[in-house]
Design a protein around this ligand. Sequence first.
Ligand SMILES: [Zn+2]
Length: 160
Amino acid sequence: MPTVYPCVPGHEIVGRVNKVGSAVSKFKRGDLAAVGCMVDSDRTCPECQAGLEQFCPNLTLTYNFPDKHLGGVTYGGYSESIVVDQRFVLRVPSNLNLAGAAPLLCAGITTYSPMRHWCVSKGKKVGVVGLGGLGHMGVKLAHSLGAYVVVFTTSPNKEK
Ligand SMILES: [Zn+2]
Protein backbone atom coordinates (compact mmCIF):
# COMPACT_ATOMS: atom_id res chain seq x y z
CA MET A 1 0.00 0.00 0.00
CA PRO A 2 1.51 3.38 -0.94
CA THR A 3 2.09 5.94 1.81
CA VAL A 4 -0.90 8.19 2.49
CA TYR A 5 0.04 11.74 3.47
CA PRO A 6 0.04 13.28 5.98
CA CYS A 7 1.78 10.28 7.56
CA VAL A 8 2.80 10.06 11.21
CA PRO A 9 4.98 6.95 11.75
CA GLY A 10 6.07 5.34 14.98
CA HIS A 11 5.40 1.81 16.25
CA GLU A 12 7.45 1.63 19.45
CA ILE A 13 5.01 3.56 21.61
CA VAL A 14 5.10 4.18 25.36
CA GLY A 15 2.83 6.66 27.10
CA ARG A 16 0.00 7.24 29.54
CA VAL A 17 -3.60 6.25 29.03
CA ASN A 18 -5.57 9.47 28.61
CA LYS A 19 -9.09 8.08 28.11
CA VAL A 20 -10.75 4.67 28.11
CA GLY A 21 -13.93 3.53 26.43
CA SER A 22 -16.85 2.13 28.42
CA ALA A 23 -15.93 -1.47 27.53
CA VAL A 24 -12.27 -1.16 28.56
CA SER A 25 -11.41 -3.29 31.59
CA LYS A 26 -7.63 -3.70 31.47
CA PHE A 27 -6.62 -0.02 31.76
CA LYS A 28 -7.62 3.19 33.45
CA ARG A 29 -6.68 6.82 32.94
CA GLY A 30 -3.09 7.48 34.01
CA ASP A 31 -1.78 3.93 33.49
CA LEU A 32 1.55 3.55 31.71
CA ALA A 33 1.01 1.63 28.50
CA ALA A 34 2.82 0.47 25.38
CA VAL A 35 1.74 -0.28 21.81
CA GLY A 36 3.56 -2.10 19.03
CA CYS A 37 2.80 -2.31 15.32
CA MET A 38 -0.91 -3.28 15.58
CA VAL A 39 -3.92 -1.44 17.03
CA ASP A 40 -6.83 -3.68 16.06
CA SER A 41 -7.99 -6.84 14.25
CA ASP A 42 -11.37 -8.26 13.22
CA ARG A 43 -11.51 -10.71 16.19
CA THR A 44 -13.57 -13.17 14.12
CA CYS A 45 -11.28 -14.84 11.57
CA PRO A 46 -9.62 -18.21 12.29
CA GLU A 47 -6.29 -16.48 12.95
CA CYS A 48 -7.80 -14.15 15.55
CA GLN A 49 -9.70 -17.03 17.12
CA ALA A 50 -6.39 -18.89 17.45
CA GLY A 51 -4.71 -15.89 19.13
CA LEU A 52 -2.58 -15.19 16.05
CA GLU A 53 -3.92 -11.71 15.30
CA GLN A 54 -0.70 -10.79 13.48
CA PHE A 55 -1.96 -13.00 10.63
CA CYS A 56 -5.47 -11.49 10.57
CA PRO A 57 -6.43 -10.48 6.99
CA ASN A 58 -8.29 -7.48 8.47
CA LEU A 59 -5.76 -6.23 11.00
CA THR A 60 -5.13 -2.53 11.54
CA LEU A 61 -1.50 -1.46 11.69
CA THR A 62 -0.35 1.33 13.98
CA TYR A 63 0.26 3.92 11.29
CA ASN A 64 -0.71 4.76 7.74
CA PHE A 65 -3.42 2.13 7.69
CA PRO A 66 -7.19 2.63 7.10
CA ASP A 67 -8.71 3.50 10.49
CA LYS A 68 -11.99 1.58 10.89
CA HIS A 69 -13.12 3.66 13.87
CA LEU A 70 -12.01 7.24 13.20
CA GLY A 71 -11.79 7.26 9.39
CA GLY A 72 -8.74 8.34 7.43
CA VAL A 73 -5.54 6.53 8.30
CA THR A 74 -3.99 5.64 11.64
CA TYR A 75 -1.29 7.92 13.04
CA GLY A 76 1.56 6.26 14.90
CA GLY A 77 3.72 6.93 17.92
CA TYR A 78 4.90 10.39 16.88
CA SER A 79 1.32 11.68 17.04
CA GLU A 80 -0.01 13.30 20.23
CA SER A 81 -2.44 10.46 20.86
CA ILE A 82 -3.56 7.15 19.42
CA VAL A 83 -6.68 4.99 19.75
CA VAL A 84 -5.93 1.31 20.35
CA ASP A 85 -8.03 -1.74 21.17
CA GLN A 86 -7.03 -2.80 24.69
CA ARG A 87 -6.04 -6.25 23.37
CA PHE A 88 -3.09 -4.58 21.63
CA VAL A 89 -1.97 -2.49 24.61
CA LEU A 90 0.65 -3.70 27.07
CA ARG A 91 1.06 -2.63 30.66
CA VAL A 92 4.39 -0.90 31.43
CA PRO A 93 5.81 -1.32 34.94
CA SER A 94 6.53 2.07 36.56
CA ASN A 95 10.10 1.07 37.41
CA LEU A 96 11.13 0.81 33.74
CA ASN A 97 12.97 3.59 31.94
CA LEU A 98 10.32 4.55 29.37
CA ALA A 99 12.75 5.51 26.61
CA GLY A 100 14.55 2.21 27.15
CA ALA A 101 11.28 0.24 27.17
CA ALA A 102 9.93 1.60 23.87
CA PRO A 103 12.27 -0.41 21.59
CA LEU A 104 10.93 -3.62 23.15
CA LEU A 105 7.77 -3.08 21.08
CA CYS A 106 9.57 -3.74 17.77
CA ALA A 107 13.28 -4.46 18.06
CA GLY A 108 12.61 -6.43 21.22
CA ILE A 109 9.85 -8.68 19.94
CA THR A 110 11.53 -9.09 16.56
CA THR A 111 14.59 -10.60 18.22
CA TYR A 112 12.83 -12.28 21.18
CA SER A 113 10.36 -14.22 19.01
CA PRO A 114 12.95 -16.31 17.09
CA MET A 115 14.93 -16.88 20.28
CA ARG A 116 11.83 -18.38 21.88
CA HIS A 117 11.12 -20.39 18.73
CA TRP A 118 14.65 -21.85 18.79
CA CYS A 119 14.61 -22.34 22.59
CA VAL A 120 17.61 -20.10 23.30
CA SER A 121 18.90 -20.88 26.76
CA LYS A 122 22.05 -21.63 28.74
CA GLY A 123 24.39 -23.77 26.65
CA LYS A 124 23.13 -22.39 23.30
CA LYS A 125 25.14 -20.09 21.06
CA VAL A 126 23.63 -17.01 19.41
CA GLY A 127 25.33 -15.02 16.66
CA VAL A 128 24.14 -11.45 16.10
CA VAL A 129 25.08 -9.84 12.77
CA GLY A 130 25.40 -6.08 13.32
CA LEU A 131 25.10 -4.15 16.57
CA GLY A 132 22.38 -1.69 15.60
CA GLY A 133 18.78 -1.15 16.69
CA LEU A 134 17.84 -4.82 16.62
CA GLY A 135 21.32 -6.18 17.20
CA HIS A 136 21.83 -4.55 20.58
CA MET A 137 18.45 -5.86 21.68
CA GLY A 138 19.34 -9.35 20.42
CA VAL A 139 22.58 -9.31 22.41
CA LYS A 140 20.84 -8.27 25.63
CA LEU A 141 18.01 -10.78 25.26
CA ALA A 142 20.24 -13.71 24.26
CA HIS A 143 22.61 -12.94 27.13
CA SER A 144 19.77 -12.73 29.64
CA LEU A 145 18.43 -16.07 28.38
CA GLY A 146 21.82 -17.55 29.27
CA ALA A 147 23.22 -18.05 25.76
CA TYR A 148 26.81 -17.60 24.65
CA VAL A 149 26.57 -14.52 22.41
CA VAL A 150 28.84 -13.55 19.51
CA VAL A 151 28.50 -10.29 17.58
CA PHE A 152 29.65 -9.98 13.97
CA THR A 153 30.44 -6.39 13.05
CA THR A 154 32.47 -4.41 10.53
CA SER A 155 32.62 -1.48 13.00
CA PRO A 156 35.64 -1.95 15.28
CA ASN A 157 34.39 0.90 17.52
CA LYS A 158 31.44 -1.29 18.55
CA GLU A 159 33.69 -4.08 19.80
CA LYS A 160 34.01 -2.61 23.30
ZN1 LIG B 1 -8.85 -11.62 12.31
